[in-house]
Structure formats: structure tokens, C-alpha cells
Design a protein. Structure first.
Length: 449
């Protein structure tokens, strides 16, 4: 009787806890509870003196028990006296209590299920969560979308970032998930608690952003090295679990230019207005040797013979956009067409093969390590190749190259041209004899802190 009473109280408390703290999981929890209650109730009844309550009159076990109580036969075939009224009443009472446990558990589970179903069916079964429920449970989702969004301007290439922000909530930094297409038209924000930051929660929020967009992503980039594993797992899970995103390319890359600009705007204009804002520590200058001491040698398949530094007008770069293999970062809208952008022209007799090799890579830019006198090629999120140790007589020119990049906010171009046609461009060729062109933005100083 005490066991039956304890079990009833335990089930009642568990039901209340589930319905209060995890209402979305109540249907599944109650289904499991009904099964568990039935099993435990069966065990309790089977171990009691009177098993006839459970098995019924047609059961051989019940008939044997009935014979024992009426004095026909004992456990080993010896005759026994009929049970007295007190013992029979006691057995019936205990059996009745066990039966009440079973019936009460089933009734409570059924009541919880009925209450959950009364709130309305959920898509995909009792454990499925709607987008609104996931938003409330996992993160606070906001948006920077204009009221009249021109979906024709939304790019299928998206950029995402997940990291802590300079806003304190309950003694800990607030975490945000930012997502934007490369034109910064479709922009989404999700604020998360530090204890809820994992690949599962991030994947659920990203699914919401995917489903609410009329333009589906084909490429997704992210730039934070420390978040590489989490974001890769979350995005790969989406690609594997949703057939419509089977061709989605996950690209860890420093080429998240529009997202970086948006994040910089939020650091200047949005976070300081939020309650709990903690001022960002001023960034100190970082020496190249502190960033990376050694670099990988450029692979043989990417080798080239010569290179030279030069400048192109902004108007020429805009005219070449989309006409050559390569990827171009967005140029500032107010930039004068006569201004010049510095860059590096790579000369190779196998220029077409080289461009095809680079096309499959995330070319992030070229830079000069002044402390080690090395020219470097940045690829992807954390790959850097050294392609030359600069002789002393050319180091001044490399320093001018770095200064020209800094004057343009890190913007520079990387072109590839065949050595056979170099110096003799075809006047009818609008590309100027180039095989490939990348317009890059150097974020080395930002990534070092």
C-alpha cells in the first residue's frame, strides 16, 4: 500500500513538472509515462497475493489461486484451509490499491495527452515543434528586414556569425547569431543565452531562417575560426536532414565582407544602446609575427612564375565584374570611379589551369609580412601560403602595396594573366587579356584580436 501511494504521488509530481516546465514535450512524456505506469502497475499487481484482479477468471494462474483460497489444493498438492475473511479482505484491499495505481496512472496520462491534443495538432507528430515554439524556447529572434523586402535583390550566397556580444545579461555576455545574404538585403538576428549555444540550437534557428526566406541559400560562409566546428556541424546537419539543401556548400572563409560591415555597424550603433552594454576594449596594434610565425609553402599546382604590382581604376573594376572567373567583394557605393585600387597581377604560362585551381578555393587576398619579408596568399578561413621571400631591393614597393590597401580599407585586387599575351592586350578584348580576377578585402588585423 505504501509503495502504491508513493508511486501515485511520484507520478502526480512528475506530471505537474512536465506540464509546467516543458509543455512542448508533454505529449511524448505522457505517452512514455502511460507505458511506464502500466508496466510498474503490472509488476506491483503480479507480486501481490491475489493475482486474479489482473489476470481474470479464465487464467490458469487465477484458477490456481482460487483453488488455494477455497482449500482445494495447496502449492505442493497438499490440501489447505480456506482463507479467512480478514486475510481475503486484506488481499482484495491490496490488489485493489494496485489496480487503482494502474488505472490512475493511465487516467493521468490520458488526461495530459488530451490536454496537449486540445491545444491543436503539431506538424510531424507529437514531438514536432512549430517555428514559433522553437523561437521562444531556443532564442529571441528579431529581424532587420524592411517592410517591403525585394526578394529579387536577395543573393543565394549567405554569411553567418555566432559569437558573444558586449552586452551583459545575468552576469554573462549575450550571444547572437547573425545571418545576412551577401547583398545585406535579408538580415536576421537571434539572441541566445550562453548555456543554449550549441550546434543543435544553432541548427534549429538557422532552419527557421531558411524556411522564412523565399530565396534559398546555395553557399554559406562564416569567418570565425573558434566557431568553425560548431557551425560546420550545424550546417552539415541541415544539409543532411533536409533534401532541398543537399547541394548547399558550407565554406569556412574570411570572405564575409558584408556581414563584417553589418557587425561593425551594430558595434557602433546598436549594442551601446542596449541595457548591460560593456564598452569594447580598444584594439591594439598586432605585429605580423604575433599572428603567425610560419607559413605553408605554396602547393606546386598553384605555382606561378612572376608577379607585379599595379593599380586599376574603380570604374574598370566595376566594368569587369561578372565577366571573368573569380569573385569580387562589394565596392563602397560612394567610391569615385577615377580612384585607383592597388593590386597584384600574377603572370603564368598556365594561367587557365591556375585560374581553375583557384576557382575551387576561397581566395581571400595577398599581403606582405614586413617582419619576415614574405609575400603571402590567404585562402579559406585559416590557410596561408608563402610564395616568395622578397629581396631587399623590392621591399619598399611591397610596403607601398600595404599602404595602398590600408588607404582603401583593405580592398585590393588579384589578377591572373598569361605570360604570352602579357604586354600585348587585344583592343577588342574588354577583359584586357586577364584570365581571372578577384577583388579582395584584407581582414588580417580584425581576425588577430
Amino acid at each position: 500500500v505504501r509503495a502504491a501511494r508513493t508511486f501515485c504521488l511520484f507520478f502526480w509530481a512528475a506530471e505537474r513538472r512536465v506540464r509546467r516546465s516543458r509543455p512542448l514535450m508533454a505529449p511524448l512524456k505522457m505517452q512514455r509515462s502511460v507505458t511506464l505506469c502500466s508496466a510498474l502497475g503490472t509488476v506491483l499487481v503480479c507480486r501481490l497475493p491475489d493475482r486474479a484482479f489482473l489476470f481474470g477468471g479464465s487464467s490458469s494462474a487465477a484458477q490456481g489461486l482460487r483453488r488455494q483460497r477455497t482449500g482445494h489444493v495447496g502449492p505442493r498438492g497438499a490440501p489447505v484451509a480456506p482463507a479467512g475473511p480478514g486475510r481475503e479482505a486484506e488481499g482484495a484491499s491490496v490488489a485493489g490499491s494496485a489496480g487503482l495505481v494502474l488505472l490512475g496512472g493511465c487516467f493521468a496520462g490520458a488526461r495530459a495527452l488530451a490536454g496537449a491534443v486540445a491545444k491543436g495538432p503539431t506538424r510531424g507528430g507529437p514531438t514536432a515543434r512549430t517555428a514559433e515554439a522553437v523561437k521562444k524556447k531556443t532564442a529571441s529572434v528579431t529581424t532587420d528586414l524592411p517592410e517591403e523586402l525585394d526578394w529579387a535583390q536577395v543573393s543565394p550566397e549567405w554569411e553567418v556569425d555566432c559569437f558573444s556580444r558586449p552586452v551583459m545579461r545575468d552576469g554573462k555576455k549575450m550571444w547572437e547569431l547573425l545571418l545576412a545574404d551577401e547583398n545585406a538585403v535579408y538580415r536576421r538576428v537571434a539572441q541566445m543565452k550562453p548555456t543554449r549555444v550549441n550546434s543543435v540550437v544553432v541548427g534549429k534557428v538557422l532552419k527557421i531562417f531558411f524556411e522564412e526566406s523565399k530565396v534559398k541559400p546555395t553557399h554559406i560562409r562564416f569567418f570565425r575560426k573558434v566557431m568553425k566546428n560548431m557551425l560546420t556541424v550545424a550546417l552539415n546537419n541541415i544539409r543532411d536532414s533536409m533534401p532541398q539543401y543537399g547541394e548547399l556548400r558550407v565554406l569556412p572563409s574570411r570572405n564575409c565582407h558584408m556581414l563584417r560591415q553589418w557587425l561593425g555597424y551594430r558595434e557602433r550603433e546598436v549594442y551601446p544602446t542596449m541595457e548591460g552594454f560593456s564598452a569594447i576594449t580598444a584594439r591594439k596594434g598586432i605585429q605580423q609575427s604575433m599572428i603567425q610565425m610560419s607559413y605553408d609553402v605554396l602547393p606546386t599546382r598553384m605555382n606561378f612564375n612572376k608577379y607585379m604590382m599595379g593599380a586599376m581604376k574603380v570604374s574598370a573594376l566595376r566594368a569587369l565584374s561578372g565577366k571573368l572567373l573569380g569573385k569580387m567583394c562589394p565596392l563602397p557605393a560612394g567610391l569615385d570611379g577615377e580612384e585607383k585600387v592597388i593590386g597584384v597581377l600574377i603572370l603564368s604560362p598556365k594561367s587557365k589551369s591556375l585560374v581553375n585551381q583557384w576557382k575551387s578555393e576561397e581566395v581571400c587576398g595577398i599581403r606582405y609580412d614586413s617582419e619576415n619579408a614574405k609575400m603571402l596568399l590567404d585562402l579559406g578561413i585559416d590557410t596561408t601560403h608563402m610564395f616568395e621571400t622578397v629581396p631587399p631591393e623590392y621591399r619598399e614597393e611591397c610596403l607601398k602595396f600595404e599602404k595602398g590597401k590600408k588607404d582603401m580599407g583593405g580592398i585590393h585586387w588579384v589578377g591572373v594573366q598569361d605570360t604570352i599575351t602579357a604586354g600585348a592586350p587585344d583592343p577588342d578584348d574588354p577583359t584586357g587579356g586577364l584570365e581571372g580576377l578577384w577583388l579582395c578585402m584584407d581582414h588580417t588585423d580584425e581576425d588577430a584580436v
